[in-house]
Structure formats: structure tokens, C-alpha cells
Design a binder for this molecule. Structure first.
Ligand code: IYR
Length: 227
């Protein structure tokens, strides 16, 4: 029975793999991603715009609520803008680290040895801010409401991180909360809120990361119900 549609549909038949080949590729991807770490010490060596463009092309393949694609990735390698971002971030982080308003949170962060110094925001060759569009301005001046914005932008950011790692590059999910100043610095409209700030580049030669372990699969996956 042919289906009837009120909107255009096209056939979709992605490559069918054998179970063995599918598993092999999945294991290879896992092995590759297992080596990814968040980096806070970057090399200042420049990185071509093409690297950022490619990673954002990958991010832009993310599924999204009603296919509204509610993200904007704003990128800069402008030293003056990076300095302003660092200054703004450090001002907010100083408050967080000095006021110690959430002792439990500070205890949880201790093994990462993070502090209010955000030098990496100036050292990394690129800063990329993923903005979440709560709504999107229409050409007619109206506003289109977006759905599942955090989920959609979160998935796009995950793909962005995966692309960078695959390209041999490093990043850090610096979460700008509130960091509303980024909207103005990057010239984005008030309908967008900064979601994640990514410094992007190569790790410094003497880069170190905290000695952390990933939780075992038994804690990440539960299989329920009958086989
Ligand atoms: N935003 C602070 C604190 C911070 C919070 C979490 I949760 C981290 O995983 C790491 C840091 C900062 O950037 O230092």
C-alpha cells in the first residue's frame, strides 16, 4: 500500500552492514573516543578556519525538536575578543570560587583542580560558543518557538566534540552559567543564550589531565525485561 503524505518524503536506505562489521566499527569508534579528554592547557599554534567549519558541519547534522536546529555556533580567533571573554569569565568565576556558596559543589570539583584562572580562553587559537535559540526570529519579524532546545543543542555539542577529537584537536566544555555577557560580545540576539563555550586547539606539549576513570558499562547500562 503506498503511503500518502501531505509533505514531501524521500526514500531512505543507509548502507546495511553485517552484524560483525557493525560491531567492529562500533568498537573502533569506542577505542577512539576512549582517548578523548577535556583539556585546560592549549598550544597557541594557529588553526585554520576550515577545522572549525568542518566540526560545525558535523554538529549541524544533529537531530532536533521539530527539526528547528536551534543552535548557532559563534567562533572567534580575534585576540581582543578572546581577552574580553577571558576577563568576563574570570570575573564570574572569581565570585564562584571565592564566595564558596556551594561547599558540596566545590568538594566535587576538587579532583579537577579548576580555579578562577581561565588563561586557556586566551591561549587556545579559537573560542567557539554554542548558542541555544529559545526562539528564532522569522523574516516577517515574528518569532518561531523552538522545542527541546537543550536536548537538541546538547546533542549538536556532543557531535562537535566528537568531530574535534576525530580531527586530532582538543577542547573543553566550559559551561557559561550565567555568562550572559557572551551574547553581547558575540553579537547574538537576545533570543539566544550561551550554552557551552569551547576553547579549541591542540593540547600544549606539557598538557596534563586529572587521572580520572570512566565508570564501567555495568553502571552505564541496565538491560531490563525479558530477552
Ligand atoms: N564553572 C567553574 C566551575 C566548574 C564546574 C564544573 I560542574 C566543572 O566540571 C568544572 C568547573 C569553572 O569553569 O571553573
Amino acid at each position: 500500500m503506498p503511503r500518502t503524505h501531505s509533505h514531501p518524503f524521500v526514500p531512505y536506505s543507509p548502507q546495511r552492514l553485517s552484524d560483525g562489521e557493525g560491531l567492529r566499527r562500533g568498537r573502533e569508534l569506542h577505542e577512539h573516543l576512549e582517548t578523548r579528554r577535556s583539556v585546560r592547557w592549549f598550544s597557541p599554534e594557529p588553526l585554520p578556519l576550515a577545522a572549525i567549519q568542518t566540526a560545525v558541519r558535523v554538529a549541524n547534522t544533529a537531530p532536533s525538536g521539530a527539526h528547528h536546529q536551534p543552535w548557532t555556533f559563534a567562533a572567534t580567533r580575534d585576540p581582543a575578543l578572546k581577552r574580553q571573554v577571558r576577563a568576563g569569565a574570570e570575573e564570574e568565576e572569581r565570585r564562584f570560587y571565592r564566595e564558596r556558596s556551594a561547599p558540596q559543589w566545590h568538594d566535587a570539583l576538587a579532583p579537577l583542580e579548576t580555579n578562577e584562572d581561565k588563561e586557556f580562553l586566551e591561549v587556545a587559537p579559537w573560542l567557539v560558543v554554542a548558542f541555544a535559540q529559545k526562539s528564532t526570529p522569522r523574516p516577517d519579524g515574528g518569532l518561531r518557538k523552538n522545542y527541546y532546545v537543550s536536548e537538541s543543542v546538547g546533542i549538536a555539542c556532543g557531535l562537535f566534540i566528537t568531530a574535534l577529537h576525530t580531527m586530532g584537536l582538543a577542547t573543553l566544555t566550559h559551561t557559561p552559567s550565567p555568562m550572559a555577557f557572551l551574547t553581547g560580545l558575540f553579537g547574538r540576539p537576545a533570543t539566544e543564550r550561551p550554552f557551552i563555550l569551547f576553547p579549541v586547539g591542540h593540547p600544549a606539549d606539557d598538557c596534563e589531565v586529572p587521572d580520572l576513570r570512566r565508570k564501567p558499562l555495568s553502571e552505564a547500562l541496565v538491560v531490563v525485561g525479558e530477552a
